[in-house]
Design a protein around this ligand. Sequence first.
Ligand code: BV8
Length: 234
Amino acid sequence: MNVLILTGAGISAESGIPTFRDANGLWEGHAVEEVATPQGFARNPELVQEFYNQRRRALLNPEIQPNAAHVALADFEREHVEKARGNFLLVTQNIDNLHQRAGSQNVLPMHGQLLQARCTYTEEVFDWTEDLGNDTPHPEDPDNDRMRGCLRPNVVWFGEMPIGLNRIEQAATSADLFIAIGTSGVVYPAAGIVAQTPPHCRRIEVNLDDTPASSAFDETIHGSASVEIPKLLD
Ligand code: BV8
């Protein structure tokens, strides 16, 4: 049985990370276009860097821990793989690292990762936990003033190509079980993955409420992920 999981901000909500929608499309008081687009970054790099610096610092707070939903997914994956029951892929829209910290191995962060930085000249990606700014030196060329400030958050902004779309399509078209957890089904191409699954695939949506994508699912479980996912995967 090939399993494909898609998670969104709702799975991290109970770990203390605010969702994208709860803020009514505003993040920390900013419109999305201001802080999550290449145009916003070009217009005001300091604002965008600080927006991600705040979220990176918050994510590194020791109080932010994976919750029971993250752990249940990691446990399920481990047994599924150990018992060679089929393929397993966890696609997340989240840029936090809670799935990885819970022990999930086959994680595809399609919108990038908050704890990574990318060089805008060389496209090199670095693990990153510090603040980023226009005076941040290049980690491999710290004395080169021309390279200062070349790093951006390694996240996918609106209008940018998400990561791993071919791998996601392969997993979706061969899925026997697809579970979407804590995503509002608004952001594409993530919200279109369910439509790529084959007719025989069992499609389950776990969310507090119905979403615009609910009609594409065989079953919608209303409840919080930390309660419903351990029950569903037990
Ligand atoms: C692209 C990284 C071209 C940055 C993010 C018009 C129509 C359709 C599409 C478009 C359009 N205009 C433009 C587009 C495309 C656009 C898009 O979809 N816009 C939307 C807003 C209309 N998409 C893009 O630009 C994408 N790129 O299309 O490039 C392309 C495509 C293919 C090939 C070549 C080129 C890039 C999108 C990625 C943007 N980056 N994040 C950052 O995080 O700072 S997206 C951002 O929204 C977050 O990653 C977030 O995860 C994501 C989606 O939100 P959700 O995860 O679903 O979270 P949300 O808050 O919305 O919902 C939470 C849900 O959880 C709710 O339903 C709630 O009920 C539930 N919940 C809450 N608590 C719990 C819970 N459920 C269970 N338990 C709980 N406790």
